[in-house]
Design a binder for this molecule. Structure first.
Ligand SMILES: Cc1cc2nc3c(=O)[nH]c(=O)nc-3n(C[C@H](O)[C@H](O)[C@H](O)COP(=O)(O)OP(=O)(O)OC[C@H]3O[C@@H](n4cnc5c(N)ncnc54)[C@H](O)[C@@H]3O)c2cc1C
Length: 370
């Protein structure tokens, strides 16, 4: 098998690379171990006529004009605003924790007092990481930050990562801030939508080029000796590529329990988080994503965090950024520089959490370099 470029993986990174490079007349082979394209953004329509995100809820949001325009070549968009609630002491309150959550959690006089302090200290519209809020010396702000930390943050984070929040990199702990605002939207990006016919259809349109050949249900390591190419782009785990010779990089995995209900909706919003109770971290109600689509019942996913088993899963969910993993990753990165015709890309190749828009913009940048 001889191709100009072999791309390992068929996630969003690979789809952008294949689409762009195939247009330049290069022959591309995509090798994907799963039996479908789309990587972790893959979705499919189920018996309830709902689009199910098999690997966790994916909401497209970006401020990157170039990424928005680029993807709009392959899909129309369904307007969607993501709202998340969390079960805090039996009440469902907006997340990120904001001034409305404050009013839901506390009696009016106390909420007024705390809100005034927050506004005086930070100003309206500011986002503050919970770990920074905990450094405040004011008694009221300490009370509030301890409350949010205990009731919203620590339980969720510990369930998700199985470590104390203080042992996590600020890039993780800062991901869900406290929002000094009445804005209940989970994301504030300029563009926030879902592909009208789903992510998988969007990817099919991107890969619709006679220069692109796709080999599904094929592990690269089973076929690599038969491949000939000028360049290979590897979007799988960088440590696995090098046979974990510097040690395995840590990852965190997820497990989903899908349940169908004979109901129009299961819950008020698409996502409800359970920081302190239940073993699962959150429930996604897929009937809340495409409001205009007729559906027959609803389908939900309960999401559980779990340990990563490197032998079982070639496509883990989350890299675990910390000092130790950074040291290991740097060793693989130096090793990668010795292989001129192999490029590591995507969230697993770069060992970094990317939102979809980051993955697209990184892939577009890479095409320019190639
Ligand atoms: C639970 C969850 C929710 C998320 N929600 C959002 C969201 O709401 N909004 C957002 O913008 N981003 C979200 N993301 C991030 C999004 O999933 C990533 O940006 C995206 O998946 C990155 O794409 P990728 O192509 O780099 O990697 P992937 O999608 O992981 O693709 C890599 C592919 O390589 C394949 N592969 C690996 N090893 C091999 C091998 N040896 N042989 C063959 N194939 C191989 C894998 O099977 C996989 O299909 C979420 C991520 C998670 C985990």
């Amino acid at each position: 098998m001889k191709f100009d470029i072999v791309i390992v993986g068929a996630g969003i990174t690979a789809c952008v690379l294949a689409e762009q490079l195939s247009k330049q007349g290069r022959s591309i082979l995509i090798i994907e171990q799963r039996n479908h394209i789309g990587g972790n953004c893959y979705d499919f329509r189920n018996d309830n006529n709902l689009l199910i995100h098999k690997y966790g809820p994916h909401i497209f949001h970006t401020n990157k004009e170039e990424v928005w325009q680029y993807l709009s070549n392959f899909t129309d968009w369904e307007p969607y605003t993501h709202r998340v609630l969390a079960d805090v002491e039996g009440k469902l309150v907006p997340i990120p924790f904001n001034l409305n959550s404050l009013r839901d959690c506390f009696p009016t006089s106390l909420a007024n007092q705390l809100e005034t302090k927050l506004l005086e200290r930070f100003g309206y519209g500011k986002k503050v990481s919970i770990l920074d809020l905990r450094k405040e010396v004011d008694e009221d702000l300490q009370f509030l930050s301890n409350y949010i930390y205990e009731k919203v943050f620590v339980g969720y984070t510990t369930k998700q990562w199985d470590v104390s929040p203080t042992d996590l990199d600020p890039s993780v702990t800062g991901r869900v801030p406290v929002f000094i605002s009445r804005d209940n939207r989970y994301f504030q990006d300029k563009y926030q939508s879902l592909p009208r016919l789903g992510y998988t259809e969007m990817f099919k349109n991107m890969l619709d080029n006679k220069n692109i050949h796709i080999l599904l249900a094929t592990n690269y390591f089973d076929v690599h000796q038969q491949l000939q190419y000028e360049k290979m782009i590897f979007t799988g785990k960088i440590d696995t590529f090098f046979d974990c010779k510097f040690g395995a990089l840590p990852y965190r995995d997820l497990r989903f329990e899908f349940i169908d209900y004979n109901l129009e909706h299961f819950q008020e919003v698409a996502q409800v988080n359970y920081p302190c109770n239940h073993d699962y971290t959150r429930i996604t109600d897929f009937s809340r994503f495409y409001n205009r689509t007729k559906h027959f019942g609803t389908s939900i996913a309960k999401e559980f965090s779990c340990e990563h088993n490197p032998l079982e899963n070639l496509s883990p969910y989350y890299p675990v950024p910390n000092k130790e993993s950074e040291i290991i990753f740097q060793k693989y990165l130096s090793e990668a520089k010795n292989n001129e015709n192999i490029i590591f890309a995507g969230r697993l190749g770069n060992y970094k959490y990317y939102n979809m828009d980051d993955a697209v913009s990184k892939a577009l940048e890479l095409v320019k370099k190639i």
